[in-house]
Design a protein around this ligand. Structure first.
Ligand code: ISL
Ligand code: CA
Length: 625
């Protein structure tokens, strides 16, 4: 189908990219698409423009039409869901090495520290580790600015220690997945340095350079414009993230080959796969056209429609699979900010041969909310969100299930900011994460019930994003307000050190920690000892999940429940059947019928009752006759 100004919105919505764009825009506005599409489905794009001219402005509709025409047909492909794969069965654990464990007392977490804690992870039941970047880097963005892909950052250790880590992980029957940033490099990477030094350098084609000042209106995710000027070379370069993270030009074939051979180098070393940073951003629209001001205002970033699903994205992902993953049987999960359910399906459908899994972020904020606004997260949204993905994604693809990572405040604090139900809500999230259909990704500290850190001042924050935003907010508001806004969304909440014990600096370091450290009674020492801890709840759930196959490969059937705040579903495979009942509200709710099932695990202990307590989460198993 060819899309034009005369295409109806209902047809736009049927296109995978059209679906995700409409969904995202409405989500951002705080409304649900199901209802709206009934009303406006017949409207054409021309009509939409007429109605919304006042605020959608220049270029918006044109950009949408371009996206639609570039998009592959929807991935309504049937696939054999029962295909077994280790990464469908595995429980992943994300390590942010800087904040995990310091092995040499310099205050910064490192590889030696990770090695020391592998047995802890094994005890929990972890199968695979996602290790955030440990490559050589000037650490402008804590390692997401890679200077040398073949070297380990000194503060994390060296290649020998890395090899020991890899060996120790494998020795314990676990797997290691490397975080890898290929959308950009550090401005200190030799490719960029060479490119700047010599205008005839072949490396000029590796990046996006321009002799024009600010060749487009794109903005950076970390504040300000997306172009930086290099006076010595009298040239501008594109950076979607910090100034020190310059975007690579994936349309240049030799660059892609360099990246692939570097990836194969790591696979030959024996790593089990990659988590690919912002991988959906690698293909940019030709000639980098201006972004729509409307989208810029709505999303907070101008230009994003020209690279969140670029014209060659699927081509490059498929090429990467052929050239890198397939020959080594390697696992891949792509981080895909801005992608929704359908784009995610295009990237991960088994019959399309691109990635194994993708991280999409619509779960992190409920409709109408954004990371830097102060709000309390209503977990009822989780029912809507997961019901949709379970019905329309998990039937053909493998969903990555997570609530936290190193880029967001803690979900536990968003739902329960006062901490009234700390361990209850932590366990409720664990229940969802380990019983929904998909692969769970636990972020360090989740298993301890980690919460946000009550930062007192900007001087205690370290993240380049927080610091840039603070400076930017201060231009238009008093500094205490600016700080409050940064505090709501700061990534540093998730980056304060792991809580190992009650010692000074919580057992994280014997030196001075690189960032403030909590003294939390919810630490590993306490939690491992206490039978009803969050830790043990995770551990039990992980063990139960592994025991059979139904919680991994089984069908999911969502039960229609009244009252609405109760989320209930069956997971079943053959004779094995589970029933999960979760109260997503702080109010007591009626328990739906559970005849024929027996209680296995509950976040309030294991006594049977007829009402559901606040945030109660229960796992039942079908009684065998
Ligand atoms: O706001 C965003 C997009 O809508 C950001 O959250 C963005 O998606 C996210 O920051 C991308 O994250 C990854 O790439 C960054 C790095 O700082 C993050 O730590 C990493 O997870 C740049 O490499
Ligand atoms: Ca250290």
């Amino acid at each position: 189908m060819t899309y034009s100004i005369n295409t109806k919105l209902s047809d736009v919505y049927k296109n995978p990219v059209g679906h995700d764009v409409i969904h995202k825009l409405l989500l951002q506005m705080g409304v649900s698409d199901a209802m709206i599409m009934k009303i406006i489905g017949k409207l054409t794009l021309k009509g939409l423009r007429r109605f919304t001219k006042g605020f959608t402005g220049e270029g918006f509709i044109e950009a949408i039409i371009k996206l639609l025409n570039d998009a592959p047909e929807a991935a309504y492909l049937v696939s054999d869901e029962s295909i077994r794969a280790w990464w469908k069965e595995a429980v992943f654990y994300q390590i942010y090495p800087r904040s995990f464990m310091d092995g040499n007392g310099d205050g910064v977490g490192d590889l030696r520290g990770v090695i020391q804690k592998l047995d802890y992870l094994k005890t929990l039941g972890v199968d695979a580790i996602w290790l955030c970047p440990v490559y050589d880097s000037p650490m402008d963005d804590n390692g997401y600015d890679i200077r040398d892909y073949h070297k380990i950052a000194e503060e994390f250790g060296d290649m020998e220690t890395f090899d020991q880590l890899l060996f120790a992980v494998h020795e314990r029957g676990m797997r290691l997945v490397m975080d890898l940033v290929v959308n950009h490099t550090s401005d200190e990477h030799e490719w960029f340095v060479h490119a700047l030094q010599n205008e005839n350098s072949p490396y000029r084609d590796y990046y996006f350079f321009s002799h024009m000042a600010n060749p487009n209106n794109w903005t950076s995710f970390f504040g300000g414009g997306a172009w930086n000027y290099y006076s010595d070379a009298d040239i501008w370069a594109l950076h979607l993230f910090s100034k020190k993270q310059v975007d690579l030009n994936w349309d240049y074939g030799p660059l892609r080959q360099r990246i692939y051979s570097m990836m194969r180098w790591w696979l030959r070393k024996g790593v089990d796969g990659f988590r690919l940073d912002v991988v959906n951003y690698i293909s940019k629209a030709p000639n980098l056209p201006n972004g729509s001001e409307f989208v810029g205002k709505l999303m907070g970033y101008t230009g994003i429609e020209h690279y969140f699903h670029g014209p060659n994205l699927h081509k490059y992902l498929a090429e990467m699979r052929r050239e890198v993953f397939e020959p080594y049987n390697a696992f891949s999960v792509g981080e895909a900010p801005g992608a929704g359910r359908e784009i995610s399906k295009l990237m991960t459908h088994p019959l399309r041969g691109e990635l194994d899994m993708a991280f999409c972020f619509d779960v992190l904020e409920p409709p109408g909310k954004e990371r830097f606004s102060a709000y309390v997260y209503n977990p009822l949204y989780l029912k809507q969100y997961f019901s949709d993905w379970m019905r329309n994604y998990a039937d053909s693809c493998q969903m990555a299930i997570f609530f936290n990572n190193h880029d967001n405040p803690r979900m536990l604090s968003k739902i329960d900011p006062e901490g009234d139900y700390r361990s209850i809500v932590a366990k409720m999230l664990a229940m969802l994460q380990l019983t929904l259909k998909g692969t769970p990704f636990i972020y360090q500290g989740d298993e301890l019930g980690a919460i946000n850190f009550p930062f007192k001042s900007i001087a205690d924050m370290r993240d380049v994003e927080s610091l840039n935003f603070y400076r930017q907010y201060c231009e238009t508001m008093p500094s205490d307000e600016a700080f409050a806004k940064v505090l709501s969304g700061s990534r540093d909440h998730a980056r304060v050190p792991m809580q190992w014990n009650a010692d000074q600096n919580s057992g994280f370091t014997e030196g001075a920690p690189w960032i403030v450290c909590a003294h939390d009674e919810y630490n590993a020492d306490n939690e491992v000892k206490k039978e009803d801890s969050v830790f043990w709840f995770y551990k039990d759930l992980i063990a139960i999940r592994k025991h059979g196959e139904a919680l991994i490969y089984g069908d999911i059937e969502i039960i229609k429940t009244d009252p609405k705040p109760v989320f209930a579903y069956y997971r079943s495979l053959g004779e094995e059947k589970w029933l999960i009942v979760i109260n997503l509200s702080e109010k007591e709710q009626a328990l739906p019928p559970v005849d024929g099932f027996e209680l296995v695990l509950c976040n309030y202990g294991d006594t049977e009752r007829i009402i559901l307590l606040p945030y109660e989460a229960i796992l039942y198993q079908k009684i065998k006759r």
